[in-house]
Design a protein around this ligand. Structure first.
Ligand SMILES: [Zn+2]
Ligand SMILES: [Zn+2]
Length: 369
């Protein structure tokens, strides 16, 4: 197939300004690069914050955002016949990919944790001219990037959750498993029911949890939580103060507190309040905190109750692959495709971000046709 000369892209030329629709020349391909046509590019909460320069990272503009992308292979180098999982691939197949990790640094080689790679090259955060962001017609998957074929029986809408929230939760649950994991009958509290919260709920439900309590302020999100396996939903706005809310949630867990608390809201105040939720020897899994704001806490709340606090960040191709398998196995039980609440044309990306920011779209996605 002929590779086009240019790609339309919504480019963030400056922080806190709307993205601009520009024609970006397709860069010269290096050996092993895979050009893809973007099939579906979901908008992440991270993009909403990145555009407003509210994150702990500040990649220099202009950039093309979008790191949750299903792309269709335009052309494959002769040397590539299989994806990272060993599944045969050919042009026209849909794939998703992790960030690029060099495989040679201390994190990659010794820790075996590529997400901490010292020389990683991201998708959705890189210079616009490199065409490595999903808010575009085409994207270049650079040589050495791990990728996985999306099975034909999963729609792009069902699959796309694995690109960010889903793989993040698979990785986090692996880390939680290292500390005992979710045991049958455990009580699990999930604070924040965005996509990360939803995948936490559904994976807790499939892990044998007895009670899964979803906490948010949005009735729409709490309805989603029920469909994804929450046994109880708590609207945090219904309480006069933190103490009343904490007591209510602890009582739902039989008065002892939760065996596992999973923080997915991203709000530092919620992170702090959650320290009152674990039972003795409970576990506190922190996945949502991406900002730089500080919050006062009482460290004794962790020490005295023997709480195990676990941080986890992002995921590598192992977690994408496992998440896709999870989605494939459970798609008749849970409405994974509904995570995309609204689709927009590429040129309407600013509106998509705005709707995400206002909370009118759980997850927006950009389409090219
Ligand atoms: Zn994301
Ligand atoms: Zn590395």
């Amino acid at each position: 197939m002929n590779i086009p000369k240019t790609s339309k892209a919504m480019v963030l030329t400056e922080y806190k300004k709307p993205m601009e629709l520009l024609d970006i020349p397709i860069p010269e391909l290096n050996f092993g690069d895979i050009p893809v046509r973007v099939d579906l590019a979901a908008v992440c909460g991270t993009d909403v914050h990145l555009a407003r320069d509210e994150l702990s990272m500040h990649p220099p503009c202009p950039i093309i955002m979008g790191h949750e992308t299903v792309g269709e292979i335009l052309q494959l180098p002769d040397t590539i016949k299989f994806d990272t999982a060993g599944t045969p691939v050919k042009p026209g197949d849909r794939i998703m990919w992790s960030h690029f990790f060099d495989g040679t640094c201390y994190s990659c080689k010794v820790l075996h944790e590529p997400v901490m790679c010292e020389h990683s090259r991201g998708y959705g955060f890189s210079p616009a001219k490199e065409l490595r962001g999903g808010f575009a017609e085409y994207e270049i998957i650079i040589a050495g990037t791990d990728f996985v074929r999306v099975p034909d029986n999963i729609t792009s809408e069902e699959a796309v959750g694995a690109c960010c929230a889903g793989r993040t939760v698979v990785n986090a649950f692996d880390r939680l498993a290292d500390c005992g994991g979710i045991r049958h009958g455990d009580s699990v509290v999930v604070t924040g029911v965005g996509p990360v919260g939803l995948f936490s709920i559904v994976m807790a439900a499939q892990s044998g949890a007895g009670k899964i309590i979803a906490v948010d302020i949005s009735p729409i999100r709490l309805d989603f939580a029920k469909k994804w396996g929450a046994t109880d939903v708590v609207n945090s706005a219904d309480f006069k103060d933190s103490a009343e809310r904490v007591k209510y949630i602890r009582d739902l867990c039989g008065g002892r507190g939760a065996d596992i608390v999973i923080e997915c809201s991203g709000l530092p105040s919620v992170f702090a309040e959650n320290l009152d939720l674990p039972a003795y020897y409970g576990k506190y899994l922190i996945i949502g905190q991406t900002g730089e704001s500080a919050v006062p806490i009482v460290p004794n709340k962790i020490q005295r109750k023997g709480v195990v606090a676990i941080g986890s960040h992002s995921g590598d191709i192992r977690h994408y692959i496992k998440c896709l398998k999870f989605i494939e196995a459970n798609k008749s039980k849970y409405p994974f495709g509904e995570i995309i609440s609204k689709k927009y044309k590429l040129e309407d990306a600013n509106l998509a971000l705005e709707d995400m920011r206002k909370g009118t779209a759980l997850k927006a996605a950009l389409v090219n046709k």
